[in-house]
Design a binder for this molecule. Structure first.
Ligand code: ADP
Ligand code: MG
Ligand code: MG
Length: 208
């Protein structure tokens, strides 16, 4: 999809992430401090406002994601501001110069993004964070990068949702849930759900 369509896709993601606040809040109340929903809402409201600003004219899809990540970082706060901001900024840099967002670009975005989040926070799959959804998505995206964006996103969302679901069988070793130790078992990680939601809304947009 071209730059205008990709901007519309990201706006759809931002608006739906804003509306997802209650469910994300509920998840973070169970194993965190309850602010994850409001943080994501604040970050994606800033992205939505950016995308609705006519004077914002990114030159390619890389800059579109990069500038969105910068907005998230400056508006969200908490662990997730740095984490999701890093994902969008590093992912955006990896697709700099691209005029189209396709399955290959999605794979490049997720690969560079997950590497950057790992470099920043050190969490690996199994540690009960958004990395469980992100790394699962990244691996799948790499396998389906020659398919259409529509087909690729369906597969990638399935992988991300599986990765997020698996976090309920894991003991947290990062973030606030870490202090719960074994008591974090049985609960899904809120950041992993946010990660799978971002991809789910992308898929909804292209498959509707
Ligand atoms: P805080 O923990 O500061 O209140 P949030 O509630 O907004 O921040 O975000 C919590 C989420 O951040 C967790 O659910 C987890 O997915 C993610 N997270 C925490 N630490 C890390 C890390 N080191 N790497 C990746 N994600 C992390
Ligand atoms: Mg929190
Ligand atoms: Mg907090």
């Amino acid at each position: 999809m071209n730059l205008t369509e990709t901007r519309a896709l990201l706006l759809y993601v931002a608006e739906n992430m804003v509306s997802s606040e209650p469910i994300l809040t509920e998840l973070d109340l169970k194993i965190g401090d309850g602010d994850h929903g409001l943080g994501m809402q604040r970050g994606f409201a800033a992205v939505r406002d950016l995308l609705k600003t006519e004077t914002f004219q990114p030159k390619d899809v890389g800059e579109l994601f990069l500038t969105s990540g910068t907005k998230m970082m400056s508006s969200m706060g908490g662990a997730s501001g740095a984490i999701f901001g890093t994902l969008f900024r590093a992912g955006g840099k990896a697709i700099a110069g691209k005029e189209n967002f396709d399955a290959t670009a999605l794979a490049q975005f997720l690969t560079a993004g997950s590497k950057a989040v790992f470099d920043r926070g050190g969490a690996k799959p199994g540690d009960k964070t958004m990395m469980d959804a992100l790394v699962a998505a990244e691996k799948q995206a790499d396998l389906v990068k020659s398919k259409s964006l529509k087909e690729a996103l369906i597969k990638v969302v399935q992988a991300a949702e599986k990765g997020a679901g698996n976090t309920s069988n894991q003991v947290a070793v990062f973030g606030r849930a870490k202090s719960l130790g074994e008591r974090s078992l049985g609960y899904i990680d809120p950041g992993a759900v946010s990660m799978s939601f971002i991809l789910k809304y992308m898929s909804e947009f292209v498959n509707k």
